[in-house]
Ligand binder design. Structure first.
Ligand code: COI
Length: 354
C-alpha cells in the first residue's frame, strides 16, 4: 500500500493485461486493473482511493437505483509517437461534470479529486492505453447518490468513481440515421444539457424503434414542433452545406455541449469553413439536399470521435451521402486523431500530459 497526498493507493497483485490483447477491441467491454473511488458524506469529500477494479457492495435501497441521481463523463487518453500518454481536454469534462452535478442537485467534485485522481489512475494503468489507430483508453468518471433511503429527496451521500476501458471505435461503419418526430430526448428547462444517466436510458426506446426499421441511431428533433435538429444518439450533429458547417446551437439547453463538438468547430474554422451554430430545421436540411448543397452529415462525440453518416431518413424521404467522398468529415477525423496522437502540433493546448 502506498500513500500519495491524501489518496490511498492499493495496487493489484496481478495485471489482467496478461489475459487480453489491446488490438481490435470492442467499445467499453474490458476494464483496466484499477479504479478510483471517493465518498461524499456529511458535506465533505473523503476516502479518496485508487484500488484494484472490483465489485461494489451496495444495498438494494441505494437511492441512485430508484430516483436516478447519476451523472457521468466520457474522456479519452491516447499514446503519442514517443509512447507518452496524454488525455484529451479533461479539464473541459471536469467543468461539464460539475454543471451536470448542479442540475441533478448533487455536490460538486473538487478539481483535485477529479483531475489529480484521474492523472494518478492513468499513470498506474498507462500500459492499458492501446497504441493502434482508432483505439484509446476511455475514461469514465461518474457519480451517483448513495443514501440507503427510498424517500424522494436529494441524497446526503454520494460516490464518485473513475474506471478505465481500453477501447476501439464506437461506431465502426458509416451510419443510417432515422429522424425522430414522435419521441423526445429533451425539452427546454429539462436536463438535456446534463450528462445525466437517465438521458441515455430514456433514449433507448426510440433507438430500439429506429433499429427495428434498420437504422443505427435517431436524430432527435425539438420537443415542441419536431422541426429542428437536435443531436444524434451519443453525438452532436454537423451538416455541411456548401462551404458552411451548420450545427444546432446550445441555447435551448436541450443539447449536450460536446467537447468534440467544440474541437470540431475550432478545427473546421481553421480549415477555412464558415461554422454556424444556430437552429437548423429538417426542412432546411431536406431543401439543401434537394439543391445538391448538402454534401456531408456527421456526428461528433468522445466515444464516437467523428462518425460518418450515409443515410438520413426524414419522413418518407431518404437522403443518401457518399461516404467515400467526405473531405470535410474525413479530414476532420484524421486531423483530430493526429493531434491526439501527437502527429500534428497541439496548438490549442488540448492535450493534458500524464
Ligand atoms: C461519450 O461520447 O463519451 C459518451 O458519453 C457516449 C457514451 C454514452 C458511450
Amino acid at each position: 500500500m502506498i500513500d500519495v497526498l491524501d489518496m490511498k493507493i492499493t495496487l493489484a497483485q496481478r495485471s489482467k493485461l496478461q489475459d487480453i490483447s489491446l488490438d481490435h477491441l470492442p467499445f467499453g467491454k474490458y476494464f483496466s486493473d484499477h479504479m478510483l473511488e471517493a465518498d461524499y458524506e456529511n458535506g465533505e469529500w473523503k476516502n479518496v482511493e485508487i484500488k484494484p477494479y472490483q465489485p461494489l457492495l451496495l444495498e438494494p435501497s441505494l437511492a441512485a437505483l430508484h430516483y436516478g441521481q447519476a451523472i457521468f463523463e466520457g474522456i479519452k487518453a491516447y499514446r503519442d509517437q514517443q509512447g507518452n500518454a496524454a488525455i484529451f481536454r479533461p479539464l473541459d469534462n471536469f467543468k461539464r461534470f460539475n454543471i451536470s452535478a448542479e442540475r441533478m442537485q448533487m455536490p460538486a467534485v473538487p478539481e483535485e479529486i477529479f483531475m489529480e485522481g484521474m492523472r494518478q489512475l492513468i499513470k498506474i494503468d498507462q500500459d492499458w492505453i492501446p497504441a493502434i489507430a482508432d483505439h484509446s483508453l476511455y475514461i469514465r468518471p461518474f457519480m451517483f447518490s448513495s443514501d440507503h433511503v427510498i424517500g424522494v429527496k436529494p441524497s446526503e451521500s454520494y460516490k464518485f468513481m473513475i474506471i478505465l476501458s481500453p477501447t476501439g471505435p464506437y461506431y465502426i461503419a458509416p451510419m443510417r440515421i432515422y429522424v425522430e418526430e414522435k419521441f423526445v430526448r429533451a425539452a427546454p428547462g429539462g436536463v438535456g444539457y446534463a450528462k445525466a444517466a437517465g438521458n441515455y436510458g430514456a433514449a433507448m426506446y426510440a433507438t430500439a424503434h429506429a433499429k427495428k426499421q434498420g437504422y443505427d441511431q435517431v436524430l432527435w428533433t425539438d420537443a415542441f414542433e419536431h422541426k429542428y435538429a437536435q443531436e444524434i444518439g451519443t453525438m452532436n450533429v454537423f451538416f455541411i452545406i456548401g462551404n458552411t458547417a451548420v450545427t444546432p446551437d446550445l441555447s435551448s439547453g436541450t443539447i449536450l455541449a460536446g467537447i468534440t463538438r467544440d474541437s470540431a468547430i475550432t478545427m473546421l474554422r481553421e480549415a477555412g469553413l464558415t461554422v454556424e451554430e444556430r437552429p437548423i430545421s429538417m426542412d432546411e436540411v431536406s431543401a439543401a439536399y434537394d439543391a445538391g448543397k448538402l454534401t456531408e452529415v456527421f456526428g461528433t462525440g468522445t466515444a464516437a470521435t467523428v462518425s460518418l453518416i450515409k443515410e438520413l431518413k426524414f419522413k418518407e424521404k431518404i437522403m443518401f451521402f457518399d461516404t467515400n467522398n467526405t473531405p470535410v468529415s474525413s479530414g476532420l477525423k484524421k486531423n483530430m486523431a493526429d493531434i491526439k496522437e501527437g502527429k500534428l502540433p497541439d496548438t490549442h493546448g488540448w492535450l493534458y500530459k500524464i
